[in-house]
Design a protein around this ligand. Structure first.
Ligand SMILES: [Zn+2]
Length: 301
């Protein structure tokens, strides 16, 4: 392509993008939020945090790719487990049904989000709504860089008090990390879901395979990101000097094969998880994907 043609193509491309933005202002925004992460008057005694690592395969959790997460389990005398996100090959291994299963503690046959094109609304209550019903002064925190998940969850959270339940859509995982580091010490929610998407993106770009350099790099970067969240947010006391008893659950929503996922192969349908209960508490009861949100809710209710 010569320079003039290239320039013209670039200009028309830019115009098209601007036109599309004008048609859909929201669709072009790279950050969005609802509710506020208000400083908690009283830091909750118990706190549950779910960290979702999109597209992490079970065999990607190992000492070389995830040194922090691997060590974290070992230091607690725990081993990473795995869950069948396809519910016995009945639920497609896509992110929207998977994460909505985590956040509603129900399978797609109940919540209605069967694939990434399902428009919603989600048919079952989210753990955020159930927490609000049982603890009216509770706070929650939800952050993602994946617009479909933000929109689906927001579709359910519209009626919750804006001062207690904050939802953030951010540009990418770096911006998600920044939001957590900025908000955490003051906000100290009862219940949080932090979604990290870079591993899934790398899988689609290259291959969902720990031997794929791009996928491996994204897994390592995500492990480092979680280390920073741990050290700079979770391990520090609140602004008031309090330290909640914390259940923290790391989970994925599907694996992958080649550069895709959605079906029922072994590498797609199994996803790793790790639940760390505070000292003196019984281990969280997690056998299935839908137990994750329920365990988090049980801990804080
Ligand atoms: Zn994906």
């Amino acid at each position: 392509m010569d320079f003039i043609t290239q320039n013209r193509t670039l200009r028309s491309g830019l115009k098209l993008l601007l036109a599309l933005c004008a048609m859909s202002l929201l669709g072009c925004s790279q950050s969005d939020e609802a509710g506020q992460c208000m400083a908690a008057v009283q830091v909750p005694g118990r706190q549950a945090v779910i960290i979702g690592i999109d597209g992490l395969r079970t065999d990607a959790v190992n000492p070389s790719l995830t040194p922090f997460l691997f060590q974290l389990a070992a230091s607690q005398g725990l081993a990473w487990g795995r869950v069948d996100v396809s519910n016995g090959r009945t639920q497609q291994t896509y992110s929207a049904p998977g994460w909505v299963s985590v956040l509603t503690a129900s399978w797609a046959s109940k919540h209605g989000i069967v694939d990434n094109s399902s428009a919603g609304p989600i048919k079952t209550q989210t753990v955020f709504e159930r927490l609000q019903s049982s603890k009216p002064d509770s706070h929650s925190f939800f952050v993602t860089s994946w617009r479909p998940l933000y929109d689906l969850v927001q579709g359910r959270l519209g009626d919750l008090p804006k001062t207690g339940h904050a939802a953030f859509f951010r540009r990418d995982d770096a911006a998600v990390e920044q939001e957590v580091l900025t908000s955490w010490r003051a906000c100290q929610p009862d219940l949080a879901f932090i979604h990290l998407d870079a591993v899934d993106q790398a899988g689609h770009h290259g291959s969902f395979d720990p031997s794929d350099p791009g996928y491996a790099a994204a897994v390592q970067e995500t492990d480092s990101r979680i280390r920073r969240l741990w050290e700079k947010a979770f391990a520090l006391p609140s602004a008031q000097g309090a330290m909640p008893q914390r259940l923290i659950i790391f989970a994925s929503d599907h694996g992958g094969i080649g550069n895709t996922h959605g079906r029922y192969s072994e590498t797609e349908r199994w996803a790793p998880f790790l639940a760390i209960s505070p000292t003196g508490y019984p281990p969280a009861q997690i056998k299935d994907l839908v137990d994750i949100g329920q365990a988090a809710l049980n801990f804080v209710q």
